[in-house]
Ligand binder design. Structure first.
Ligand SMILES: [Cu+2]
Length: 168
């Protein structure tokens, strides 16, 4: 390879690197309020079937972005009132209570919602949730953005921890 050709090749590669850097910056433009919201992906979301009353939604929330995201509230098509719950031991029994401050999904990390652990609580189911039903759930994030996903209705016998309103 001639010296001139090598110099040209290097210059071309450097140019490509600059172009990549520019486009990466462009996608994170500050005026794009939806940028952070789209960094969250809910994997395998499902909601426990229920005729009425309380139920819960589960799944794994993945943060593909470079910033921590805090989920501060939730609402759904079948139960407008929802709470963010954690499960703890109270007097030797599993009990759930609102999670103070919401759930932080670390940058590049994930947070699992599962029976017996953290979950998205449907406080008052108005429309019965049957197996296979699609329930739209909207999460509100600490930056004011929202993130929406569809959870599938699924029969499940567990996740009946007693509720400790306002505990902790
Ligand atoms: Cu709960």
């Amino acid at each position: 390879m001639s010296r001139t050709l090598r110099a040209r090749l290097l210059a071309a590669l450097a140019g490509a690197a600059v172009a990549l850097t520019l486009s990466a910056c462009g996608s994170a433009a500050p005026h794009d309020a939806g940028a952070q919201a789209t960094a969250l992906v809910m994997k395998d979301p499902w909601v426990k079937t229920a005729e009425s009353g309380m139920s819960a939604a589960y799944g794994t929330l993945v943060n593909t972005g470079g910033k921590d995201v805090v989920v501060v509230s939730a609402t759904s098509s079948v139960s407008p009132v929802m709470e963010l719950h954690e499960t703890t031991m109270v007097d030797g029994k599993m009990a759930m209570q609102p999670k103070a401050g919401g759930f932080t999904i670390p940058a590049g990390g994930s947070h699992e919602f599962k029976p017996g652990g953290d979950h998205l609580m449907l406080m008052d189911v108005k429309t019965p949730v049957k197996p296979g039903d699609e329930v739209t759930i909207t999460l509100t994030l600490n930056d004011g953005g929202t993130m929406r996903f569809t959870a599938l209705g699924k029969d499940f016998a567990g996740g009946n921890e007693s509720y400790q309103p306002g505990a902790g």
